[in-house]
Write a protein that binds this ligand. Structure first.
Ligand SMILES: C[S@@+](CC[C@H](N)C(=O)[O-])C[C@H]1O[C@@H](n2cnc3c(N)ncnc32)[C@H](O)[C@@H]1O
Length: 264
């Protein structure tokens, strides 16, 4: 994929734009809002869960920065909104470098627009299943020194990647690319609550380019392959080191997204 702004198809919903709609963003079309509305009818807590996921992202970035990490590779970074990785990281580490990677043209376009000519950030239009392309990208090599620890973020993205060797090989490639002291953070949709509701939501997402693939904790643990889980482990996203300022989320919906940070 090139550095040119890729084309956007307003007639086909995308997971990035549906998520933007849940977060109250404006970079989405009627087709995206239709999916967000229908999902919310099925599961009224979805928007709250999206915000809880976003809050986890912020806490994970702060954790990494607190460990002295200054370099972030944000895979499946999404359409920029409040609390983007570079903003959260820079509140802790002013010279943090961040590379955003997303397969969605809308996410790439708006991230590039937001970041302008910021020399410490870059946006790469790529599929995370192509780690050689991502890790070999000139902007990644320029901003991330792989001889020093890196925070690899895969927040609310792996559940858009179907099972298969490409998925596990890609996650392994990112793990293998980084040195001890690095962290890997992810959140991921799981099975909880009414399975019929989850099935209907996953069916809805087949209309987007990215099918939604919930996985159980055991399957997710394979993404870590022996990396040490930071306390409290792989838990419901809102329960990973919650901040008193976070919006409360209770009930079964809270358990639909698991999250963790692991260290090498
Ligand atoms: C729900 S959003 C999450 C955004 C952000 N990480 C967050 O948690 O707030 C998921 C993002 O992953 C992107 N995505 C899905 N599959 C991808 C892939 N194979 N490679 C790169 N990005 C992908 C989507 O385009 C979307 O922007």
């Amino acid at each position: 994929m090139s550095t040119a702004a890729p084309p956007i198809d307003p007639n086909r919903p995308s997971p990035a734009r549906v998520y933007d709609a849940f977060l109250g963003g404006t970079h989405n079309f009627a087709v995206d809002r239709a999916i967000a509305t229908r999902t919310s009818e099925l599961l009224p807590e979805t928007a709250l869960l999206a915000r809880a996921n976003r809050a986890f992202l912020g806490r994970a970035v702060r954790y990494a920065a607190g460990r002295g990490i200054t370099q972030f590779l944000d895979l499946g970074s999404g359409i920029p909104t409040e609390g983007n990785v570079h903003e959260v990281a820079r509140a802790e580490v002013p010279d943090a470098t961040v590379v955003y990677v997303d397969v969605d043209p809308t996410a790439v376009l708006y991230a590039r627009h937001l970041l302008g000519d910021d020399p410490l950030t870059a946006v790469v239009h790529s599929d995370l299943r192509e780690p050689a392309t991502v890790l070999g990208d000139a902007r990644v090599r320029e901003l991330i020194d792989f001889s020093r620890p890196v925070a690899v973020m895969m927040v609310a993205v792996l559940h858009f990647v179907p099972d298969g060797p490409a998925l596990d090989a890609a996650v392994r490639a990112y793990r293998d690319a980084v040195v001890p002291g690095s962290v890997l953070a992810f959140s991921h949709t799981t099975f909880a609550g009414d399975t019929a509701v989850l099935e209907r939501i996953t069916h809805l997402y087949t209309r987007t380019g990215g099918p939604l693939v919930p996985r159980d904790a055991e399957r997710m643990a394979r993404f870590l392959d022996g990396w040490r889980l930071v306390e409290p482990g792989l838990v419901a996203a809102p329960l990973w080191r919650p901040d008193p300022a976070d919006e409360p989320i209770t009930g079964e919906a809270r358990n639909l997204m698991l999250a963790c940070v692991a260290e090498r």
